[in-house]
Design a protein. Sequence first.
Lengths: 189, 172
Amino acid sequence: MADPSYIVDGVLEDGEAWVGISTATPSSADVSFVSTDDGQVGDFSQYMDLVIISYCRSAAAGSWKDITLQFNNDTGSNYSAQDLYGNGTSVGAQRTNPTSTGLAYISGSDSTANVFSAVIHNIFDINSGKWKSLTVQSAGESSNPDTAWMEAGIWKSQAAITEIDVKAGGTFAAGSMISLFGILPRMVA
Amino acid sequence: MAVIEAIATQYLEADAATVTFGSIPASYEHLQLRASLRSTSGVYAMRLKINLNGDTGTNYSNHNVRGSTSSPTAYAQTGAAYIQTSDGMHGSSLPPGEYASFIMDILDYANTNKNTTCSLMAGSALTHTDNRVQFGSGLWDNTAAITTILFTPNAGSFSRGCEFTLYGLNSA
């Protein structure tokens, strides 16, 4: 088995702390990122944090649809979140205890053609025995609502994250792009 | 040189009153600090305080916009002795597995012709009614290059298990 790029001739080297793991370009179904558990780039167990950068749109009817995350196939009511958003001249906030987290809103099929939404999820300390926390920022110009959005969320589980399902509240539209990055800690003294 | 390097990681194996990143090299364009936070103090919400280069004078300002349950609020301070979050972390009254999320970006930190402005994002106490999500700004009214960052909880100590990593960013 080949070593990951930060091990050279058996020695741990300094290098890129942000590692591109995978980019999905879904045209219909939700997206799953699963740890490869093989010591390579796709093995989540080596990372401190994960970041998901999405530029996407839903194919489902409506001017907007939600985008959420579920971890390790947990569909129970084991998530909590706090949101803050601005829409036009209005600002609002809400607290939720849903069956997923990382909520943001993206353009739906009734919104202006070719308008996609930008979403960034930061997921912290994914291999710790802590509950898993995250932050979300999103920007959408979908005619209604045009929303700037942020969320803090938590998955109430001590399990290491080995799978992330990105759900589009419908299906992703063609042209959507969802990239997963692994964030390494400082490993060299 | 890598585009993004991990400069230092501190993973607390015991409670600590403060966390400091010192001797920060000037060889990067920007800094990002990512952290997972909790305090030993028996409260549900508290501020995180940040000092730069050991300056404890009233040379800091910050603004925050915050969501808590159904209430959006904004907060500002000027002439303060530190940059702070508006709550933004929590204490030991929350379930033991719950830690707050925190990201701070400090741009062009080594430029000695500019005062230092940073952005902050935090989420905390999400299983309690002191739940917070926030975005904030911070200013240190000084043009010195940043060489030291000090983090202090408003009460208690950082709990065992808190994690801080400082990253350096370069464009090439």
